[in-house]
Each structure stands twice: as structure tokens, then as C-alpha cells.
Design a protein around this ligand. Structure first.
Ligand code: FES
Length: 168
């Protein structure tokens, strides 16, 4: 009788240990599975349309500097969440909004209206007014933000720097 009881107690303890291990494995597996599959589930909610101001602040035929706040920023970011871009009013309601970063290694490019060229101070990269590479090491033209006009304001889809993978 006591042998049967011991066997039963042992069997119960084994089952209890299996149950505890299964619960622990499940508790550990949930965050791991969540981490592994998060890229598939994540939407790009950090991408938002932000205003660069009225379209009238960008005269036709000119290229002007504009700044905006990173929509993904935090209050403690201070001025570091301010980003700049170059806005070119092509005319006929068309714009080009260039990332300020050089397509070579990311230095901020500057627009020179006299020569109608963007120039990079780091390694001498040069771009035409339409952002196409003119000279120097950049392997491609300037990256562009997707833009839209809403209620008379020029909007860009911001939140990450535009790259080759950026969809319009
Ligand atoms: S970072 Fe602009 S040319 Fe290298």
C-alpha cells in the first residue's frame, strides 16, 4: 500500500515537474516568438506625413531649405529631432524634396543657387539641381522624400531617411 502511495506520489511529482517546465517554456517562448516575427507584424507607423509649410514659401524655379520635426522623436530629443531637407519647386505644381544627406557617406549637402548645384563639403560630391549626381564619389543622386500637397501645404512622408528601399 505504502509502495503504491510512493509510486503515485513520485508519478505526481514527475507530472508536476513536467507541467512547471511546460509553463516556463511557454513563458520564455512567447517573447522569443514575438521578437522573431515582429518584423513581419510591424507596420511602419513611425512614417508620417509632416508639413513643410505653405507651398507659397517655395517659389517656382527655386530650391530652398526646409526643416521639420522628426515625427518619431521624443520630447527629450531637443533640437536633434529637427531635420532639414531641400525643396525644389519644379513648376506646374511639381516638387522635388531632397534629403539633405549626401548619397555617398551622408554629409549634409548645400545648395549653391549661383551655380545651380548641390555640393558636398566632405569629399567633393556634386549634384545637379534635379538631384542627379554630377561629379565626385556619390554612387547615385540625392535621395528624395515622397511628397504631396494637402490644403495648400507641402507634405512629405518623414520618419526615416529616404533610401533606395523607400517606397513612394
Ligand atoms: S559624403 Fe558627400 S561626397 Fe562623400
Amino acid at each position: 500500500m505504502s509502495g503504491e502511495l510512493q509510486l503515485t506520489r513520485r508519478a505526481l511529482l514527475v507530472k508536476l515537474a513536467i507541467l512547471v517546465n511546460a509553463v516556463l517554456a511557454a513563458v520564455l517562448a512567447v517573447p522569443m516568438i514575438g521578437y522573431l516575427f515582429s518584423p513581419l507584424l510591424k507596420s511602419k507607423e513611425y512614417l508620417q506625413w509632416v508639413s513643410l509649410g505653405s507651398t507659397e514659401t517655395f517659389p517656382e524655379g527655386q530650391t530652398r531649405l526646409a526643416t521639420f520635426r522628426n515625427p518619431f522623436g521624443h520630447p527629450w530629443d531637443g533640437v536633434t529631432d529637427k531635420t532639414a531637407c531641400w525643396v525644389r519647386n519644379v513648376g506646374g505644381g511639381k516638387f522635388q524634396v531632397f534629403a539633405i544627406n549626401c548619397a555617398h557617406l551622408g554629409c549634409p549637402v548645400r545648395w549653391f543657387p549661383q551655380s545651380e548645384l548641390f555640393m558636398c563639403p566632405c569629399h567633393g560630391g556634386v549634384y545637379y539641381a534635379d538631384g542627379a549626381v554630377a561629379a565626385g564619389p556619390p554612387p547615385r543622386g540625392l535621395f528624395e522624400y515622397p511628397w504631396d500637397i494637402r490644403n495648400g501645404k507641402l507634405m512629405i512622408r518623414a520618419g526615416e531617411l529616404p533610401t533606395l528601399s523607400t517606397r513612394a
